[in-house]
Write a protein that binds this ligand. Structure first.
Ligand code: C2E
Ligand code: CA
Ligand code: CA
Length: 250
C-alpha cells in the first residue's frame, strides 16, 4: 500500500487530489478567530480521505514533500485570495513547513513569489516550523530572510523536543505553539500543569505570542486564560474544516 501511495504522488498532484482543511485559532481575550492553521488532506481515488500522518513521513523520505509543500502554499494563497473576493474576513493562514523544504536554497524566494502571484501581502501567511528546522544553518538563514520580508513564524510542537529554549534565541519566531501532549495534562482550572504555565511566562518574557494546541475542554480554556495564554486551537473551539464551511462558522 505504501509503495502504491508513493507511486501515485505525482499523479495526485496533477489531478489536484490534495486539499486543505482550516482549523481556527481563537484569541482567548476576545474569543474571536484571529487566524487558521491549514492542514493537508489527500482525496485518494482508491483509499478515500487520507490524513497527513499517512503520507507526510513518506513524502519526506522520498523528497516529494518539496512539490507537495509548494502545492500546499499555492492552495492556501488561492484560498485567502478567494476569501478576499467573497468578502469573508481575511485572517492569516499558517502553513506547516517540513525541515526538508526549509533546507532548499530557493524556499524563501518561492514563498514570497507565491504570495505576490496571488496578490497577497506577506502578513497573510504564517509558517509553522519545528525545532528540527533550526538545526540546519541554511534553514536558519531562510527563516531570517522570510522574517525580514514580513512572514510570521511559529514554532510548532513546543515542549516535545530536546533543546527548544536554546534555539529560541537563534531563530526569529513570533509565536510559540505548546504541544497538545502538554495541554492534555491540564485537567482542571488549577495550576496542575506547571510546565505549561512556566512556558507561557517564558514566552511572554521573550515577546512571543503563545498558542495552545489540542484544546479539548472548557477547563483547559479557563486554565490557559488564567495562565496568560494568548491563543487557543483545538476540537473544543473547532475541528479543522473544509474552506466552504468557514464563512458559516464565522
Ligand atoms: P500539527 O502541526 O501538530 O497539527 C495539528 C494536528 O492536531 C492536526 O492533525 C489537527 O487535526 C489535530 N488537532 C487539532 N485540534 C485537536 C484536538 O483538540 N485534539 C487532538 N487530539 N488533535 C487535534 P492532522 O491534520 O492529522 O495533522 C497531523 C500532522 O501532519 C500535523 O501536526 C503536521 O505536523 C502535519 N501536517 C499537516 N499538514 C501539513 C502540511 O501541509 N505540510 C507538512 N509538511 N506537514 C503537515
Ligand atoms: Ca502545525
Ligand atoms: Ca503542532
Amino acid at each position: 500500500e505504501e509503495f502504491h501511495l508513493e507511486q501515485s504522488f505525482a499523479e495526485a498532484l496533477r489531478n489536484r487530489e490534495f486539499v486543505l482543511h482550516y482549523q481556527p485559532q481563537v484569541c482567548l481575550d476576545s474569543m474571536e478567530v484571529i487566524g487558521y492553521e491549514a492542514l493537508v488532506r489527500w482525496h485518494h481515488p482508491e483509499f478515500g480521505l487520507l490524513f497527513p500522518d499517512r503520507f507526510i513521513p513518506m513524502a519526506e523520505n522520498s523528497g516529494f514533500v518539496i512539490p507537495l509543500g509548494m502545492e500546499v502554499l499555492r492552495l492556501a494563497c488561492a484560498q485567502i485570495a478567494q476569501w478576499k473576493v467573497d468578502n469573508v474576513p481575511v485572517r492569516p493562514v499558517a502553513v506547516n513547513v517540513s525541515p526538508i523544504q526549509l533546507a532548499q536554497q530557493e524556499f524563501c524566494r518561492d514563498v514570497i513569489n507565491m504570495i505576490h502571484q496571488h496578490g497577497l501581502k506577506t502578513c497573510h501567511l504564517e509558517l509553522e516550523i519545528t525545532e528540527t528546522a533550526m538545526l540546519d544553518a541554511k534553514a536558519v538563514d531562510s527563516l531570517h530572510s522570510l522574517k525580514a520580508a514580513g512572514v510570521k513564524l511559529s514554532l510548532d510542537d513546543f515542549g516535545t523536543g530536546y533543546s527548544g529554549f536554546a534555539h529560541l534565541e537563534a531563530v526569529p519566531v513570533d509565536k510559540l505553539k505548546i504541544d497538545r501532549s502538554l495541554i492534555a495534562k491540564i485537567c482542571n482550572s488549577h495550576d496542575d500543569s506547571p510546565i505549561v504555565s512556566a512556558t507561557i511566562i517564558l514566552a511572554k518574557r521573550m515577546d512571543l505570542k503563545v498558542v495552545a494546541e489540542g484544546v479539548e475542554t472548557q477547563e483547559q480554556v479557563v486554565h490557559l486564560k488564567v495562565a496568560g495564554c494568548d491563543i487557543a486551537q483545538g476540537y473544543h473551539l473547532s475541528r479543522p474544516m473544509p474552506p466552504e464551511d468557514v464563512p458559516g462558522f464565522l
